[in-house]
Design a protein around this ligand. Structure first.
Ligand SMILES: Nc1ncnc2c1ncn2[C@@H]1O[C@H](COP(=O)(O)OP(=O)(O)OP(=O)(O)O)[C@@H](O)[C@H]1O
Ligand SMILES: [Mg+2]
Length: 269
């Protein structure tokens, strides 16, 4: 942990944060976010990220680094004390989650992301409650990605396996046709085979025109499908760059990828 701290103590320059980024205006632009849950206790200490149209951007980092907090601050669930958040150039800093949904942002939280006492179809209705007329069209769309959901639409979400629940959660967030999808650890707790399936689905969703920010413990696998990645440590950017470059960077490997893999293995024991 002490080695990691020394890296995070050196703030990255803007040029380092934007390493490998495509030209043009980002779809989503988070600049120097300072945010936290309790007044005076900041969890994000100046975190930045951009997401361009068509990209999959990954966020990796040790437990407690602030990855979920960053996603929640992008979705109006954690108050941003300073810094700014732009969607297609418009200021959406601290906009409420329901307003963000109607502007095309979808979010799948790390835990408790389905209503267990509702059926699959009812969960998906919740995802489309702002636009019920869209339901049939969007239901067909999400079932084309997750065919099992259509076949089992009357089953209670609480009776599903972990992998199936993750499908319902992702499908629910897709019901409003988001242009940006924020995913918090979609492969957590799944078997290696189901993890692979999750990453394939994420790519499929991306290919269908949804730009994705994905937080993952399964860092190496995540970086394989990402256009770019950010390593977050102690609420700040520690490294960023193209997914492949990060995976091959000896410092990132020794400080983060090895450690993260150990954490994942320990959690799986
Ligand atoms: N609701 C909350 N209220 C107060 N503090 C919180 C809350 N949620 C998270 N924190 C604190 O914020 C810090 C960052 O937590 P966060 O969940 O963002 O980390 P993470 O990088 O997502 O970790 P993990 O890999 O374990 O999911 C932790 O110290 C945590 O204790
Ligand atoms: Mg988290």
């Amino acid at each position: 942990m002490s080695d990691i701290a020394s890296v995070a103590d050196e703030p990255l320059t803007r040029a380092q944060i934007h390493m490998g980024e495509p030209e043009g205006e980002p779809l989503l632009d988070a600049v120097d976010l300072v945010a936290g849950y309790i007044p005076g206790v900041n969890i994000l200490n100046g975190a930045s990220l951009t997401l361009h149209e068509g990209e999959i951007v990954g966020i990796i980092g040790p437990n407690g680094a602030g990855k979920s907090t960053l996603l929640k601050s992008l979705f109006g669930l954690v108050h941003i004390h300073s810094g700014k958040l732009l969607l297609k150039g418009e200021d959406i800093t601290n906009l409420r989650a329901d307003k963000l949904v109607s502007r095309g942002v979808g979010f799948v939280p790390q835990t408790e992301n389905v209503f267990p006492s509702l059926t699959i179809a009812e969960n998906l209705h919740m995802g489309a409650f702002q636009a019920p007329k869209l339901f049939n069209e969007r239901f067909d769309y999400v079932c084309s990605i997750f065919p099992k959901l259509g076949q089992r639409k009357n089953q209670l979400a609480g009776q599903l396996s972990g992998g199936e629940r993750q499908m319902v959660a992702m499908a629910r967030a897709l019901m409003m046709k988001p242009s940006v999808l924020l995913l918090d650890e979609p492969s957590a707790g799944l078997s290696p085979m189901l993890q692979d399936e999750t990453f394939i689905r994420v790519r499929q969703v991306n290919k269908a025109g949804v730009s994705v920010v994905i937080v993952e413990q399964n860092a190496r696998r995540c970086l394989q499908i990402c256009d770019r990645g950010y390593v977050l440590d102690q609420g700040r950017n520690a490294y960023s760059g193209k997914g492949r470059d990060l995976m091959n960077d000896p410092k990132v490997v020794s400080l983060y990828l090895g450690n993260l893999e150990e954490e994942v293995q320990e959690e799986g024991r």
